[in-house]
Ligand binder design. Structure first.
Ligand code: GRF
Length: 205
């Protein structure tokens, strides 16, 4: 049997890139339906770029500095199209994308967020989870819509919040879950089993 076609994915990062690494590692399996065609960082010395280069993946640095949001996003869009990317994964990408970009990539643009959305959108998630005293947290992969962290959820993973947790220990536990979750969600989207239709996530087996 011939190997399945691998969907070309672009990954946008700003830092450490451990979720990028999880996607790189997943891609080694012949049966994984995605391959990373391009990694773009808005930060020149993001460690994720080192990971991508080590895996032989093309990289681009596109700085946001001195540009309007629309001009920056237009450069991202052009680079992704040039690499013939079909799905875009935000993985610790610390820029808010313009409405135009999110519309253009609607249904093809994914983000991972370290909480059980719709709870705890935004930043400082683990500090706020602990302060709220909730006993479960987790990670979510969602389709990106213009409103921040508000898009329909594709997959979630639940982790316990322990009495002894600090923001750091909880972040580490959630991050481990993220690394399993993101490849699972990318698989669902690349195989057409999770889609965005009329603003809702629709699933088929
Ligand atoms: C992750 O916690 C992700 O959920 C959030 O940013 C962090 C990125 O970590 N959006 P890494 O760069 O993938 O290690």
């Amino acid at each position: 049997m011939s190997a399945p076609r691998k969907c070309p994915v672009g990954v946008l990062i700003s830092g450490r890139g451990s979720n990028l690494q999880a996607l790189i590692d997943a891609g080694f399996a012949e049966s994984f339906p995605a391959r990373i065609a391009l990694v773009i960082s808005n930060i020149e010395d993001a460690y994720g770029l080192v990971r991508a280069r080590a895996a032989g993946i093309p990289t681009r640095v596109i700085t946001h500095k001195g540009k309007t949001r629309e001009a920056f996003d237009a450069e991202l869009d052009a680079a992704l199209r040039e690499a013939e990317v079909e799905i875009v994964c935000l993985a610790g990408f610390m820029r808010i994308l313009s409405d135009g970009f999110t519309k253009t990539w609607e249904g093809k643009l994914l983000n991972i967020h370290p909480s059980l959305l719709p709870a705890f959108k935004g930043t400082q998630v683990h500090e706020r989870v602990i302060a709220a005293g909730v006993k479960q947290s987790g990670a979510s992969v969602h389709f990106v819509v213009p409103e921040l962290d508000a898009g329909p959820v594709i997959s979630q993973s639940v982790v316990p919040v322990l009495m002894t947790d600090t923001a750091e220990t909880l972040a580490a536990r959630v991050l481990e879950a993220e690394h399993r979750l993101y490849p699972t969600a990318v698989r669902l989207v690349c195989e057409g089993r999770a889609r965005l239709e009329h603003g809702e996530a629709v699933f088929t087996s």
